[in-house]
Design a protein around this ligand. Structure first.
Ligand SMILES: C[C@@]1(CC(=O)O)C2=NC(=C\c3[nH]c(c(CCC(=O)O)c3CC(=O)O)Cc3[nH]c(c(CC(=O)O)c3CCC(=O)O)/C=C3\N/C(=C\2)[C@@H](CCC(=O)O)[C@]3(C)CC(=O)O)/[C@H]1CCC(=O)O
Ligand SMILES: NC(=O)c1ccc[n+]([C@@H]2O[C@H](COP(=O)([O-])OP(=O)(O)OC[C@H]3O[C@@H](n4cnc5c(N)ncnc54)[C@H](O)[C@@H]3O)[C@@H](O)[C@H]2O)c1
Length: 153
């Protein structure tokens, strides 16, 4: 499988659209907001396990939450990055196609082939950021190595 080049890039104040507010979306939202991204979340509903954290981020003005179905018109050209993290694989595929039409970097949580970039596992401390990604074939191995690196840091 294909290996990806790690590009350490600023997302500070850049507009990021996340579709979905479930487990995967929240993991990514948490990382991106730590790095200062300007995040909009569109989700039909916020699942119970993620509700408290997502609503808290929204109340504190750290994300802009729209609790409704995704619409194609949501893909605006000023997004720097789009993360399709709904649990509807067809919708994620559609979002990727719409984003690519507009030249926006896209990532799909449900299909590695649909990703312009992979979302890495992150370990960070002080002035060091470690991003870990595999070739897409073993997510568990990536998560396990990240846990080890976090313990080391
Ligand atoms: C690193 C991490 C970052 C993050 O997600 O934040 C991450 N996956 C993590 C965990 C994880 N992923 C999955 C499970 C559950 C099952 C399992 O154990 O396998 C778990 C465990 C869990 O969720 O706990 C399932 C899964 N993942 C992908 C698919 C679709 C596919 O492969 O096509 C499916 C099948 C979905 C299904 O079956 O429906 C795809 C991708 N997942 C990636 C990243 C990208 C590069 C991966 C790489 O580098 O190899 C890539 C290619 C694209 C992307 O999403 O960017 C994170 C660890 C974070 C940490 O520990 O800090
Ligand atoms: N990449 C990864 O690391 C990884 C890990 C586990 C699962 N997955 C994949 O990621 C996807 C999401 O997983 P999850 O556990 O976060 O799901 P989840 O069920 O917890 O959350 C899904 C979210 O998508 C939203 N949604 C569904 N249809 C929508 C629509 N039409 N418009 C707007 N929002 C909509 C739901 O309201 C919900 O907020 C799954 O399809 C799974 O295949 C990826």
């Amino acid at each position: 499988m294909k290996k990806h080049f790690p590009l350490f890039i600023s997302v500070e104040k850049k507009k990021v659209l996340v579709i979905g507010a479930g487990k995967v979306a929240l993991r990514r939202i948490s990382v991106l907001q730590d790095f200062g991204a300007d995040i909009t979340v569109i989700a039909k509903s916020v699942p119970g396990d993620q509700k408290e954290r997502i609503e808290c981020l929204h109340r504190e003005g750290k994300i802009n939450l729209m609790e409704r179905e995704f619409r194609p018109a949501d893909i605006l050209t000023d997004y720097f990055m789009i993360i399709a993290a709904s649990d509807d694989n067809d919708l994620n595929r559609n979002i990727v196609a719409l984003g690519r039409e507009k030249g926006i970097l896209v990532n799909s949580a449900s299909c590695r082939e649909d990703c312009d970039f992979y979302f890495p596992a992150i370990a960070a401390k002080d002035n060091i950021v470690v991003g870990i990604a595999g070739d897409g074939s073993d997510h568990r191995a990536v998560a396990d190595l990240a846990a080890k690196v976090r313990r080391e840091l």
